[in-house]
Design a protein around this ligand. Sequence first.
Ligand code: SAH
Ligand code: SF4
Length: 350
Amino acid sequence: MKLFKDLTAEAKAAWFTAHNEPAFRQKQIDEWLYKRWVMSFAEMTNLPKGLREALEADFLAFALVPAGMRQASDGTKKYLFQLGDCETIEGVLIPSPRRDTVCISTQVGCPVRCAFCASGAGGLVRNLTASEIVDQVIFSCRELKERVNNIVVMGMGEPLLNLDNLLTALDTICDPDKLGFGQRHITVSTSGIVPGIRKLAESERQWNLALSLHASTDETRAKLIPKENRYPLVDILDACREYREMAGRMVTFEYALIRGMNDTHAEIAGLARLARDCRAKVNIIPYNSTGRGKFSAPDRAGVQRIVDELVKQGIQVAVRKEMGADIQAACGQLRRQTMGLPPESVENEE
Ligand code: SAH
Ligand code: SF4
């Protein structure tokens, strides 16, 4: 069945005309959907019963059916959602006293297929529609009974390879008449899709950009990211600089730290140089393993040595806590486990 939120304005207007309903009904419905976060038309009690039934016969008010939840010892909650075609995606809610963050997915699977990542292990199944993206945010607001503070587009999928739907979704999320989030409370993470970064810059919004750098040389990146969707570092960094200038926002480098792969002195010295050139902050994410993969993270002391080295070089660095490591919170791990599949692709493509 069609998702109501995915209809174009014209299609909605045509439906209301065909059902002899006044235009103001749309405003009432938007209020229920985006301000009161309802999941069904039946809850829209100020609409005539006949209209609610007609809407329910033709459309779905909400794209996701919660299909599982795990809560980690640190309070992180990971949700599995079923979509209309029975595919599944993940969303993560990370509560904290200072701010609540929701991590949302943009694709079922991921075409980039990074060697360490569960989301990419089976390749791309399909893009999410804009409303499937938006409803992950609405779901987390419902769960918290208040608006989340922070949205990170760091779940399953490569957001910049589903750019049109991502932009439509983010505009809905930021529209004051809809979810009303500030652009600066949203971070889009990319594995380095150069045309996508440039288009994002051209959109002249102020979302934060995170680049999954993972290595300071093209040679090491090639061991982690298959060539089909991998761009030369020089072009990626150029696009990031352009983004920073156009959006006026600092770029963050994400660095999944893998023992013996990208934790060498030379790689870290290169990382410091690139971060300085790009005036980027660095987020270290110690590799999150389910115990069955071929990689491992450096030990705590090893991570600290790397942080100290970066700080000494004047780089602003944070270690992303391994939040929810006990609930398969690295993107795509829970979905893979539910499907009875191993967490990572077995083959390294290059
Ligand atoms: N596709 C986008 C956004 C989703 S992934 C991207 O790659 O940026 C969000 C972050 O988690 C990325 O930096 C990704 O590299 C990292 N990640 C994925 N699997 C991981 C794992 N097993 N351990 C540590 N970081 C991981
Ligand atoms: Fe896709 Fe990001 Fe996972 Fe790479 S790390 S496979 S780009 S979701």
